[in-house]
Design a protein around this ligand. Sequence first.
Ligand code: PGA
Length: 250
Amino acid sequence: MRIPLVAGNWKMNGSLSSTQELLAGIKQGIGAIGAGVECAVFPPFVYLAEVERLLGGTVIGWGAQNVSEQQPGAFTGEVATAMLLDFHCTYVIVGHSERRTLYGETDAIVARKFAAARKAGLTPVLCIGELLEERERGVTEEVVARQLDAVLELEGIEGIEEAVIAYEPVWAIGTGKTATPEQAQEVHAFIRSRLARHDAAIAAATRILYGGSVKGSNAAELFAMPDLDGGLVGGASLNAQEFLTIAKGA
Ligand code: PGA
């Protein structure tokens, strides 16, 4: 049984006071969601302490948006896995498309971050997905297979067992242009079949989230697809009501 996960990726948004307000709103409504769905938020690093303070003891989880693959040392501007553990993060996002396209993270770097996270006991949320140009060229499956294989080669299928995958078509992120439920399902089924080539039981148990312009009004029809196990939500996760509506749809 895969318990759906609805994860709010706040990206580089918010302030201390808006973080407090957003979490208060989520906490107020979370009781109505029920135990069948897991929720987690991913604030900017600097708000992790506040998120831990406000969410500790609740059913809502939290994690970071990125992490260094290095051990602590002379790496200016980076954050190590051990630091995330200090703030009791459960999850960490690795390989978000904004990290890949804007900050030059390659498949190899993402795989090393994934490995570092897992080694520390954090659950990596591995983001994969194709660019618009790649979809139009008909190479979507090749792209997500390559991104997935980079991690499988380094960590093996056992590594995936302890992770979450997020399929996020880059053309759908922050554009308001959501993949149709059928488009998303097709790629999710492909990802699961790719994992099943290594281990059918792990493939069947792995949560694959969809991300890209998920909102309250489209979440339920997306999450109704058999291989969609929740969502990685950007913009809409900055509004407590929207985030809770999405969680209800899962
Ligand atoms: P979006 O972002 O929901 O704003 O499209 C999703 C993501 O980047 O994780």
